[in-house]
Write a protein that binds this ligand. Structure first.
Ligand code: DGL
Length: 283
């Protein structure tokens, strides 16, 4: 069983999960983190749920092999496709997943209309239907995808003409329908909050659930008595199935974090990941 000094595993298809890593690092500075970005397969959003589930199982195995004591699925698409399956497949592991923040949005809206920005796969999963059914009585919830925006953010374009065009095409119709609250249900989107706010206008509130997700991770660690000792140094390693050095550069730019960068490769069947640079990960 992993000990209190073991790392917390955090994963996403790409740099989006860094928006969750940021509050995790702020709230849990003594913890060590392994941040895994599946950049060989980004974007996840247009893929079938079954495929995203397969990737999520492979990444979870990899993080468990690195000694992870808790896994944060810092990806709404992977949470929609796989969270329940991961909990069933790895009963000894604790998971924190992303859930569209429809509950706080439904509580805060005055126009009784909220927009949810997410990938197509997130809207297909049972999780979205379930949060709408549980928390949005009397409120209209308008789903909206922003095709191509994840790719723009991966490329480091947070406010260029193409990113703006995509946000305008998605957000303007929601505002025209009276939405006063927008839920960010894709972990890439917090990096374009200034752009979304600019397009939506001052009357619209944007909800980013990542600080709440980090608090939940802290609670689970405390419950399992797995919190790292106060004052421990903490640490951060980036692993990518794509270009690990580019991931580390983006982390520095997007959240001001630096760490060791490692590359992992999927095997031919796409079920197993292994590090390609001889690093054991356990230190
Ligand atoms: N950041 C992810 C999410 O929260 C995945 C986006 C993608 O790869 O399409 O949904």
């Amino acid at each position: 069983m992993p000990c209190a000094q073991a790392p917390v595993g955090v994963f996403d298809s790409g740099v989006g999960g860094l928006s969750v890593l940021r509050p995790l690092r702020q709230q849990l500075p003594a913890e060590s983190f392994i941040f895994f970005a599946d950049q060989a397969h980004v974007p996840y959003g247009p893929r079938p749920l079954e495929e995203v589930r397969r990737f999520s199982v492979g990444i979870t195995r990899f993080l468990i092999d690195q000694g992870a004591k808790l896994i944060v699925v810092a990806c709404n698409t992977a949470s929609a496709a796989a969270l329940q399956h991961l909990r069933e497949t790895f009963p000894g592991m604790r998971f924190v997943g992303m859930e569209p923040a429809v509950k706080p949005a439904a509580e805060q809206t005055r126009t009784h209309a909220v927009g949810v920005l997410a990938t197509p796969a997130t809207f297909q999963g049972a999780l979205f239907a379930s949060v709408v059914e549980r928390f949005a009585q009397g409120v209209s919830v308008l789903p909206q995808t922003l095709p191509g925006l994840v790719e723009r953010i991966e490329a480091g374009d947070l406010d260029g003409p193409e990113a703006r065009r995509i946000v305008e095409a998605g957000v303007r119709p929601l505002v025209a329908q009276g939405v006063d609250t927008l839920v960010l249900a894709c972990t890439h989107y917090p990096f374009v909050i200034p752009l979304i706010e600019d397009v939506a206008g001052p009357g619209v509130r944007v909800i980013d659930p990542s600080p709440a997700i980090a608090r939940q991770a802290g609670r689970l660690l405390a419950e399992g008595e797995r919190t790292a000792a106060t004052g421990a140094a903490g640490g951060l390693t980036f692993v990518s199935s794509g270009d690990a050095a580019a991931l580390a550069r983006m982390a520095q730019r997007l959240i001001g974090e630096t760490g060791e960068a490692r590359r992992a490769e999927w095997d031919v069947g796409g079920l197993r990941l292994s590090l390609t640079d001889g690093w054991s990960g356990r230190g």
